[in-house]
Design a protein around this ligand. Structure first.
Ligand SMILES: Nc1nc2c(ncn2[C@@H]2O[C@H](COP(=O)(O)OP(=O)(O)OP(=O)(O)O)[C@@H](O)[C@H]2O)c(=O)[nH]1
Ligand SMILES: [Mg+2]
Length: 544
């Protein structure tokens, strides 16, 4: 606005008082704008809502205008914004690339440029977005003399939106988030595809509808946006035309990357870590679990709290607005830090209680067998089957977040405690790892780790490797381990045995206890070593 005389500002201010009806813009208003534009030698733009109210008056320079943030006019779930942009062009020229990018990125109802001819309206140029799946993304109407141009905007936009809704395949009433998954990396393609496949599973576990997955392989990673700016814009425009509400990156985004990307779009932008945190947040039920997850979420968010504004509110909201506690937009760093301290204290006292329980268990001298493994491998199913219990089982990732212990009696009156725990995953977010360290510490008491693998997963070898890596990080790699290939029922006949032999494992189907014999023998053998005489055992038992 700098450099404009007060009288011009006043004239511009008066534009707000005008109203538009069914036409793109009234002739009087067009004339007013072209006159002003030609006097100040700058473009002028106005945004008009569906009721014909002028919501914004924007002064540009000779070549363009910059659209301000439209926070009060969110796109929400509608195909179009509900605002149209009408602006002047000082010369007789059609809509340019910037105009069209604004149209696509902001999803205006339509965009119009009116050229200034001798301070009066010359030609009008109009463009609008097309329904998803059309052969072009934008339709440009033939340019015409402003006074000859006729378009009933109201009925036109109504029909266009209807067509757009029809072109979208998902159920409009389904309120879940709709995501585009994005893998951007320079790693080998198969690794990238694998990782995105897993991201899909995670998204499914978080009740997100996956509209599409996109794999980008830039020659090098752009530190600001991961990919080139043009590519990113294209991607966002495409995501919006598909009706997405969320972008999920398979790569972890740094705070500044998230910020840079969200500046382009009002779609929610999250990364793999946030998705996992979100699943954990939904699934945490125990006090322990809740505190650990909330702590992890806050630790993740703290470095990302750089300012206010919509980017931040979107980030804070998480998926569907499930943030920790009631803390919303105006959270400042200090409050987050205080909350973190509080949670850490709480966690400490919880883990003191846990430590006591652990001591008791160890004192009793009953051997402990801990079931570990990749998420969804069948750990809880196995615990249930071995001990006739009913720990929650579901075909989603991270069904279990809390440790549960059960007793298992072998023949000859030998007894062990079996514990089930949270599943592992590759690249376990480090904030989660830190928060769950206390839970995972229970594993140090184990006499044997039963490492369960879903043998039917095409990625089971990577799963084994991820679990081994995490064990190493937890300094548990020297614990005795027994590898168990699960879901043998899903494999071809003989395949399970072959794999078991190759990996020095036992194969089972956790759904069928008649397959447990080998496993039970192997467990007993490992836990009750030959040198452990019955006297010693009963001694241990007497401590109870
Ligand atoms: N076909 C088949 N399905 C199995 C078998 N074992 C477990 N499942 C299924 O696999 C899914 C995951 O089982 P869970 O026991 O919840 O797996 P988990 O390892 O505890 O998973 P998280 O707690 O999420 O880490 C469930 O749908 C089970 O019914 C098996 O031997 N065969
Ligand atoms: Mg489980």
């Amino acid at each position: 606005m700098s450099g404009l005389k007060a009288s011009y500002l006043h004239s511009l201010q008066r534009v707000y008082r005008r109203r538009v009806h069914d036409e793109v813009v009234t002739s009087e208003l067009a004339k007013y704008l072209t006159e002003l534009s030609s006097e100040i030698r700058r473009q002028i733009g106005i945004l008009i809502d569906r009721d014909g109210t002028i919501t914004h008056v924007i002064i540009g320079d000779a070549r363009g205008i910059i659209i301000p943030p439209l926070d009060n006019y969110p796109l929400g779930r509608s195909p179009l914004r509900g605002l149209r942009l009408v602006h002047t062009h000082l010369k007789e020229e059609p809509l340019n690339q910037d105009d069209l990018t604004d149209l696509s990125l902001l999803r205006f109802d339509l965009i119009a440029a009116i050229s200034v001819r001798d301070a009066l309206p010359g030609n009008i140029y109009v463009a609008h977005l097309m329904p998803h799946g059309s052969d072009k993304e934008i339709e440009m109407l033939p340019s015409e003399n402003f006074y000859a141009f006729k378009l009933n905007v109201k009925s036109f936009i109504h029909a266009l939106e209807e067509e757009m809704e029809r072109a979208i395949t998902f159920d409009q009433k389904d309120r879940r988030e709709r995501a585009i998954l994005l893998g951007v990396s320079t790693r080998p393609r198969y690794e990238q595809e694998d990782s995105v496949e897993e991201l899909k599973e995670l998204a499914r576990s978080s009740d997100v509808i996956v509209l599409d997955t996109i794999i980008q392989r830039p020659k090098e990673i752009n530190p600001k946006y991961l990919m080139g700016e043009g590519k990113l814009k294209e991607l966002i425009i495409n995501a919006m035309s598909k009706g997405a509400t969320l972008l999920i990156f398979d790569q972890d985004l740094s705070p500044s990357q998230t910020k840079a990307i969200t500046e382009f779009t009002e779609l929610k932008v999250i990364d793999r870590t946030q998705l996992i945190l979100d699943i954990f947040a939904r699934r945490a039920h125990s006090k322990d679990g809740k505190v650990q997850v909330e702590l992890a979420q806050l630790n993740y968010r703290l470095p990302r709290l750089t300012g206010k504004g919509t980017a931040m509110s979107r980030l804070m909201g998480g998926i569907g607005g499930r943030g920790p506690g009631e803390m919303k937009l105006e959270v400042d760093r200090r409050r987050v830090r205080e909350k973190i301290n509080l949670l850490e204290k709480e966690l400490k006292s919880l883990s003191a209680a846990r430590l006591q329980r652990r001591h008791k268990r160890v004192q009793r001298g009953i051997p402990i067998i801990s079931i570990i493994g990749y998420t969804n491998a069948g750990k809880s199913t196995l615990l249930n089957a071995l001990t006739n219990s009913s720990v929650f089982v579901e075909d989603k990732m991270f069904a279990t977040l809390d440790t549960s212990s059960r007793r298992l009696r072998f023949p000859r009156e030998r007894e062990v405690i079996i514990t089930d725990t949270v599943g592992f995953i590759r690249n376990l977010p480090k904030d989660l790892m830190a928060a769950f360290r206390a839970t995972l510490e229970e594993l140090t008491d184990a006499d044997l780790l039963l490492h369960i693998v879903d043998g039917s997963s095409p990625r089971f070898e990577q799963h084994i490797e991820s679990v081994e890596n995490i064990l190493e990080e937890l300094q548990l790699s020297n614990k005795p381990r027994l590898l168990v290939l699960n879901k043998a029922d899903k494999l071809e006949k003989g395949e399970a045995e072959r794999l078991a032999h190759r990996y020095n494992a036992v194969s089972i189907s956790a759904l069928d206890s008649s397959t447990f014999q080998h496993l039970l023998n192997a467990m007993e053998e490992r836990v009750f070593l030959p040198w452990q005489t019955p006297e010693k055992e009963s001694l241990a038992g007497a401590v109870k």
